[in-house]
Design a protein around this ligand. Structure first.
Ligand code: AMP
Ligand code: MG
Length: 515
């Protein structure tokens, strides 16, 4: 693996090379040296990617490379400058406060990647933060990126997980209770880590030249099929960002993933899932659910809000790249397409979740009553669809009940109006599925509805074990998450409903950005 400096040679950097927190102007990135870890240890890697990138993890230097103490002579480590809207408000300069890119690499197929260390020390963008990351949050990012990828959803990737041998203070609930946690560094890989916020910062400071250079760089590098940058290409580029974003979010909805911090600095210009913080997975179906403790009252980033928040963020991006256009019209035209684009993808997903091949408007009521029925009692979003796949058009009430009860958190509630509601809905659904071929229905349902997701309590169990030095549970869970649509008869436990102890345990359903 040869790390090169494609990014830092292509785009203007900060003339100040000392590393202290500050406002940076007129630059896309700042040179940033990682801080050497006390006792770096490589504890896990993703073989598919290390092999693709020709990385020898058995090399004793690997732990040093992936914690940043062995820097390639051909590269310039850097942190990126960006801004963003956080929880609806312009937050000014944010930037890579705890991320340092090692540089760029090409894989065996000639595709480019950027390698980035999360938690390798302070950068000019660290503000009050320390620039480090703890094992708990590193495992959450490491596992989830892999889970999302294998669910077939665009995402940045995990490459390696190293412990640093350091201890880091964290006040998880911002209440003055500081605990010392183990330090760790995830090296993640993506074709680009550029965010909506990278454009917003140049727009906010009227750095139109930089804005254009950055847009042209992204187009030439990651959207080359669009052709040479120019007015028509900029519009088409924005359209593709919008389509990719809609696709990613619709697929989050499909699998019940809640990102929980959809600030514009956490929106990838490639439309990928990026920055795994206090994310969570739906247990009971509830559109108002968010695992993010600090968003509990507003619920801005709750499950049900994600599609509209993506549009809100696209408006922010449109505003930022406006200087590339002569008028607002080309951008407005594209923004108006969002709901149609999103609905088209989501409607197909809804149909496929139910084993129907295509969305038919005459089935609208079937979908609407599905969501109200699921909400009528605590119904596990993931288990429900897998169990539904076992229901056939001929099945009678008793058999249906046997199939559906395992999805309920309070099976004793399956009586009266609640049971009647479910039965009425299933009967309606049975009538619709009778239209489609039996095998095709089953295959569609099993390929659309995963059996295994990174349940909130599974991540916590993996963290608890890893904090004692045992990474085997983490690896076992990740193994199953690599084929999440398959049955794994020996690992049924990883598909279980949330256990009672996890209902109130912080770190399962109550998380913060503290990482
Ligand atoms: P997030 O929304 O969690 O991805 O982070 C928002 C901003 O806070 C980004 O600019 C991060 O780089 C920065 N940040 C978060 N945690 C830390 C930390 N421990 N040290 C420095 N900066 C941080
Ligand atoms: Mg972020």
């Amino acid at each position: 693996m040869q790390i090169n400096d494609d990014f830092t040679t292509a785009l203007p950097g900060d003339s100040e090379t000392r590393n202290y927190p500050r406002q940076v102007y007129q630059s896309v990135w700042s040179k940033t040296q990682p801080v050497a870890a006390a006792a770096p240890k490589l504890v896990s890697h993703i073989p598919e990617l290390t092999s693709l990138l020709d990385i020898d993890v058995s090399n004793p230097d690997a732990a040093h490379i992936f914690t940043g103490s062995a820097i390639s002579k051909t590269a310039t480590p850097y942190s990126m400058r960006y801004g963003g809207h956080q929880f609806g408000n312009w937050a000014g300069q944010l930037g890579d406060g705890r991320a340092i890119a090692l540089g760029e690499v090409n894989d065996k197929n000639g595709q480019h990647w950027t390698l980035q260390l999360k938690g390798a020390g302070p950068t000019p963008y660290s503000r009050q933060g320390d620039g480090y990351a703890v094992l708990r949050s590193s495992i959450r990012e490491y596992m989830c990126a892999e889970a999302i990828h294998h669910l077939g959803i665009p995402t940045t990737r995990s490459l390696t997980l190293c412990t640093t041998g350091e201890t880091i203070p964290r006040d998880v609930f911002y209440d003055g209770n500081v605990t010392m946690e183990q330090g760790a560094i995830v090296c993640r890989a993506a074709h680009s880590f550029i965010r909506f916020g990278n454009f917003e910062i140049h727009a906010a400071y009227e750095e139109t030249d930089l804005l254009k250079q950055l847009a042209d760089y992204v187009i030439k590098r990651d959207y080359p099929h669009l052709g040479q940058p120019g007015p028509a290409v900029y519009q088409q580029w924005f359209r593709e960002i919008l389509q990719r974003t809609a696709n990613t979010v619709a697929n989050w909805q499909r699998v019940g993933f809640v990102h929980a911090v959809m600030n514009t600095d956490n929106m990838s210009i490639l439309g990928q899932t990026i920055d795994y913080g206090p994310y969570g997975w739906l247990e009971e179906y509830d559109p108002r659910w968010t695992p993010n403790y600090i968003d509990n009252s507003m619920r801005r980033y709750s499950y049900g809000n994600q599609p509209e928040i993506a549009l809100w963020n696209l408006y922010r991006l449109a505003n930022a790249i406006l200087p590339l256009f002569e008028s607002t019209e080309p951008l407005e035209e594209v923004l108006k397409e969002y709901r149609g684009t999103y609905d088209q993808i989501w409607n197909k997903i809804q149909a496929n979740k139910l084993g129907l091949q295509d969305y038919d408007t005459s089935d609208k009521n079937l979908y609407e009553s599905l969501w109200t029925t699921l909400k009528s009692t605590g119904t596990d979003y993931t288990i429900f669809f897998r169990q539904l796949a076992k229901v056939t058009p001929e099945m009678q009430e008793i058999e249906i009940e046997i199939q559906l009860k395992p999805a309920l958190y309070n099976p004793e509630e399956f009586k009266g109006d609640i049971a009647a509601g479910f039965m009425q809905w299933v009967t309606q659904w049975q009538a619709c599925t009778a239209r489609t071929d039996k095998d095709k229905r089953l295959t569609t349902m099993l390929q659309t509805n995963p059996k295994y997701v990174l349940r909130n309590y599974l991540a916590l169990n993996a963290i608890d074990a890893a904090e004692t030095g045992d990474f085997s549970l983490m690896e076992n869970i990740m193994k199953v998450l690599r084929t999440p649509y398959d049955e794994h008869p020996n690992e049924e436990g990883f598909a279980s409903r949330r256990p009672d102890w996890a209902t109130t345990r912080p770190g399962c359903t109550m998380l913060t950005c503290s990482s």
